[in-house]
Design a binder for this molecule. Structure first.
Ligand code: DQA
Length: 147
């Protein structure tokens, strides 16, 4: 089964960016870890990253009919992008929202997610494990999916 991992703005800076919050590992490290994890679950993973809102919207639209689910870290767009929220609502693909950091334990503005109501759930605060947990959920709950 095919799943898509989308990373949004500034996540290409992982490893260099605020390592005290986001860790020392890079986006390439994340991909490598998730690929090996997905093999254990017999999943086929694809990855996208963009710093642009419109690209993220296009990735979401393009996932319909192509992927069984999306793991989405929308970065700061999480907190204010109604356009990404509407994109998720416009497709028939389950989305799990993930965050490396615990967005509820940081600045006030990070507590709000405008995309959460159109996702099947949010996983926040576990670093790379947030992504692994999301893939595990898809594996456990969407076994019958055929894409
Ligand atoms: C983040 C949390 C967001 O608030 C922030 O803007 C990010 C990364 C996370 O993974 O912890 O860019 O989504």
């Amino acid at each position: 089964r095919k799943y898509l991992v989308i990373n949004g703005p500034n996540l290409n800076r992982l490893g260099k960016r605020e390592p005290g919050i986001y860790g020392a590992q890079t986006l390439e490290d994340l991909k490598a870890e998730l690929v090996s994890f997905s093999r254990e679950l017999l999943m086929d993973l694809s990855f996208e990253q963009s710093n642009n809102e419109g690209d993220i919207i296009d990735f979401i639209h393009g996932a319909e009919g192509e992927f069984c689910g999306i793991v989405l870290n929308a970065g700061a767009y999480t907190h204010y992008s109604y356009a990404i929220r509407d994109a998720i609502a416009s497709v028939d693909v389950p989305v799990i929202e993930v965050h490396l950091s615990n967005v509820h334990a940081r600045e006030e503005f990070r507590r709000e997610s405008v995309i959460a109501p159109v996702t099947i759930g949010q996983i926040s605060g576990f670093g790379f494990d947030s992504y692994r947990l999301a893939l595990q959920v898809f594996h456990n709950q969407f076994k019958g999916d055929t894409l």
